[in-house]
Design a binder for this molecule. Structure first.
Ligand code: ME8
Length: 642
């Protein structure tokens, strides 16, 4: 078992400020925030760094094209990143900008040290030379002849430029055998394994020394040993991971997180080579510790295409947050694909998934349990009495969910960690169906009711602690509904493992995750137009979103002042409900009592003529005739229809 007292240092790439943040950037940042929060729940000290990459020709050109100085451009665009991270509750410990004084100072110091360093071959690490090649501004790198496709960079539309310059070079060749060995032996872990194999393949193809400076790019950090040249943007960017934590100004902070911590760099495959080869080689030359894990998460496409401005399919995380809120956005992005696997974003699936995971599995569970405690125990903590096997089973489910969560966090698998929490919520829902506390309440079995509700809220509490890294705001809201005045104090290993901890009083002012009914909001400017299915055609999954159940009518009466409406009391597998139906012209109230009908059980409650309706019955109509849909033969109420 890894040592949970050992600090973990989690980083995202620093993002280019040539444009605004999109959901690809948001994905990495949410994942890093998730890992920092989840590790803290396990009791592990975590430090989370993100930031913006602001120097280089690409930024200088976009600023010039907009008639502003690079600094003005960077200030503005860096703030777009900070603002959306704040909105999504991305709680970084530090936001580094490569234009920060401390970074500029740290890079100068690093360059000076590299300039003095001698490699394992006894040669100086830095040497002067001339370079001529095809430079892609989009990638901010030289493209080899082999990489060119019809004379173009495979990733960017603008043609590469021929550049011939006198530069300083980093003697990568001297470090390659060591870097290869470190990766092969797993000292530097590259995950998933497919990406490690990709890097191992790069060593076989052969890698050249790289230039560390640019002669003609003004917007950058001057080389301390030759100020006529500026540092190459990647040589400026990679050391952000050390300058941000005290490389140049706070040795003890630096040692705590870099030298002694477990360093985990998150990114997508686009920048793997820089992180897996150049960066470890630079660190070896400097004699510094190496990162332990490079986790290469999946790359998003939208409707099968790379997100790009020209295709107008760039999805702004703000547009998702407008509709689903910060927690919904985090959850939907984090659970899009298995961490580490590429995939196509299915924005048209967002509403369905939000409703299934958050509104139904978690939201309904919380409101059912808390409402029953408010109603039958005046919101006080119910006493858990003698346990029955069904109660013990839920307690075991909770312990298993905790173990799965801990294991998934250690393996850097956010999806699995989240499904552990959601599965516990589903188990608690099943438990409520099986134990039917509403029936216990009706029949006055108060002691058993206390045990059932007390057990349910414990499972909810643990699910909320597990999901707190995914839905931090809503998890806290749920814990407050269970009586925790300071929910943060429950987000600990004790909270995760304990039982019987909900203090009460229990109170829920409003639903935690209101269901989403409307179609996806119109895409924000620049965001994707989302493909939808043809009208009137639904998928089987969409059909099963409606929970159709057999119900028994226990009472019926007219609604005063509404000729067409009847108010029905029904019972679905022991759960009492009230619904309002527009069938008064077709049925007399007394005809309905005792009838089995079919209802949509998971419809959002509505108020019709001042009467609450919690479900909808099904009826068939031909012309003006309307007949109820009923099961063919006797069947217990509560039976599923589908
Ligand atoms: O490369 N899917 O910055 P960048 C998933 N400044 N993740 C994506 C993505 C997508 N479609 N698009 C971007 C740079 N990302 C350099 C990094 S680090 C020392 C310097 C995420 O703005 C993913 O993390 O192009 C990817 O690696 C990163 O943004 C690239 O951001």
């Amino acid at each position: 078992m890894p040592d949970t007292s050992r600090p973990i240092y989690i980083t995202t790439p620093i993002y280019y400020v040539n444009d605004r943040p999109h959901i690809g950037h948001a994905y990495t940042s949410i994942a890093a925030d998730f890992l920092a929060r989840a590790n803290r729940v396990l009791g592990r000290p975590a430090y989370f760094l993100t930031g913006t990459d602001e120097h280089g020709a690409k930024i200088a050109e976009v600023a010039a094209a907009h008639g502003v100085t690079p600094q003005v451009w960077c200030d503005q665009h860096s703030s777009y990143f900070r603002e959306v991270w704040k909105r999504l509750d991305i709680d970084f410990d530090r936001f580094i900008r490569t234009t920060d004084d401390i970074h500029v100072h740290g890079v100068s110091l690093m360059l000076e040290r590299l300039h003095k360093a001698v490699g394992p071959d006894g040669q100086p690490v830095i040497y002067e030379g001339e370079y001529s090649g095809w430079y892609c501004l989009g990638c901010e790198k030289f493209i080899t002849e082999k990489e060119l496709v019809d004379g173009h960079c495979p990733l960017h539309p603008d043609p590469p430029r021929k550049i011939t310059e006198r530069n300083y070079f980093f003697r990568l060749s001297a470090f390659l055998p060591k870097v290869e060995e470190l990766i092969a032996s797993g000292t530097i872990q590259i995950k998933p394994d497919e990406r490690r194999r990709e890097v191992m393949g790069l060593f076989k193809q052969g890698l050249e020394d790289f230039s560390i400076s640019r002669e003609k790019v003004d917007w950058g950090i001057p080389l301390p040993f030759d100020p006529s040249q500026n540092a190459y943007v990647w040589v400026d960017a990679l050391p952000n991971y050390i300058t941000a934590i005290g490389y140049a100004d706070d040795p003890s902070h630096f040692e705590r997180w870099w030298t002694h911590g477990e360093v985990v760099h998150l990114m997508a495959k686009d920048i793997l080579k820089f992180h897996a080869i150049y960066w470890p080689a630079m660190l070896l030359a400097l004699g510094e510790a190496l990162p332990e894990v490079l986790y290469i998460h999946g790359y998003f496409t939208v409707n099968g295409q790379k997100m790009s401005k020209s295709l107008r399919n760039v999805i702004d995380p703000n547009a998702i947050a407008d509709q689903f809120g910060p927690d919904g956005t985090r959850h939907l992005l984090l659970t899009q694909f298995q961490f580490g696997q590429d995939g196509d974003v299915k924005a048209e699936e967002f509403i369905r998934q939000y409703n299934a995971d958050l509104a139904n599995d978690m939201g309904n569970l919380v409101s059912r349990a808390v409402t029953l405690i408010e109603r039958h125990f005046e919101g006080h903590k119910p006493t858990i009495g003698p346990l029955e096997p069904v109660d013990e089973e839920l307690q075991r489910d909770a312990a298993q969910a905790t173990a799965r969560f801990e294991d998934a966090v250690r393996r850097i698998s956010p999806n699995e960690a989240i499904s552990a929490g959601l599965e516990l919520a589903r188990a608690a829902n099943r438990y409520m169906e099986r134990t039917a506390p509403w029936v216990l309440a009706k029949s006055g079995q108060t002691e058993r009711l206390g045990t059932v509700l007390g057990t349910t809220v414990e499972a909810i509490r643990i699910a909320a602690v597990i999901l707190s890294a995914d839905i931090p705001r809503k998890s806290r809201e749920i814990l407050r509904a269970l009586g925790f005045a300071d929910p943060d104090q429950e987000l600990t290993s004790a909270g995760l493992h304990g039982w019987g901890r909900c203090p009460g009083p229990f109170h829920l002012a409003q639903g935690v995750f209101p269901r989403m009914e409307k179609p996806a909001a119109a895409p924000a400017p620049e965001s994707a137009s989302v493909a939808t299915a043809p009208e009137n055609v639904i998928t089987i999954d969409q059909f099963f979103q409606a929970q159709l159940r057999v119900a028994r009518v226990t009472a019926a009466e007219t609604v005063p002042g509404a000729n067409r409406l009847l108010k029905l009391q029904i019972e679905i597998g022991g759960e009492p409900r009230q619904i309002v139906a527009g069938i008064a012209e077709h049925y007399k109230p007394e005809e309905l009592i005792g009838k089995s009908i079919v209802v949509v059980a998971n419809l959002q409650p509505a108020t019709i003529r001042g009467v609450t309706s919690n479900g909808m019955l099904l009826a068939a109509s031909i012309g003006k005739t309307l007949r109820l849909v009923t099961p063919d033969g006797p069947i217990d109420s509560g039976a599923k229809v589908g």
